[in-house]
Design a protein around this ligand. Sequence first.
Ligand code: SAM
Length: 259
Amino acid sequence: MRGHTTRGKTRRGRLAALDRYLIGREAPLLTRAPKDAAVVDVGFGARPWTTLELAAALREAGCDAPVLGVEIDPLRVEQARRCMGDAPPGVTLREGGFTWWQGSEEARLVRAMNILRQYPPEACAEAHAALGARLIPGGLVLEGTCAPRGEVLVTHLLRREEGGLRREALLFMNDFSQGFAPIMFRDRLPQDLRREALPGGALEALFARWAASWEATRAGAATAAEAFARSAEALAQREPGVAPDPALWGMGALLWRWG
Ligand SMILES: C[S@@+](CC[C@H](N)C(=O)[O-])C[C@H]1O[C@@H](n2cnc3c(N)ncnc32)[C@H](O)[C@@H]1O
């Protein structure tokens, strides 16, 4: 599938919370064999900050997998190479698209944040399939959207299983700098799911239950973070896709598993 250059906005720290989630929750995937299966950041934008920060977080956590930053705009790749002065070891930047690999390269993780928002929803299924085509078994595609500073983020977790790429879950994250209400996530849904939050859509019921859980529990909360955790706990009691996970809620994150 051919992609195209889009707006290149990015920011230092924008995906740092997602980096922390990955280190905390996907360590076995990030550190297992084969050693040369890469971690790929597709569409790094006008500067390679998200790629370099992900690489730094991985190295700090003891993951020495190769990190590949890919961008479809050759000029941005050229500019980004000038930012590699203090790059962590094992990072490569190069021009590429959804079909990011060369030769027999494989990946354990492919992240494509804030890319498909600028594509039509109909393009998403094909883009997902391409992004995940070279995943090792159990490997993960993260594709989603976030606010400009990363304060609210929603991403697909698409897992490579025997039968192909499976929609495993949606990950919701909030840093509470803008407060919290479940509706805040609706504007950051991955591009192929935006319609699903409308009446009759697959996510409408989830948002309605989350809003009801929040309304029922928010009065006693001293902070937005506490209101979030309380709403998550109440939601988990009525929504089978949400497992009780206070440690995750404490990170400002909630996982909703499909089906
Ligand atoms: C908004 S920036 C996102 C930067 C960064 N991922 C972030 O979240 O801050 C989107 C970038 O993706 C690039 N892009 C768009 N389609 C692409 C594709 N098919 N493959 C690789 N990069 C792509 C654009 O050229 C642009 O630089």
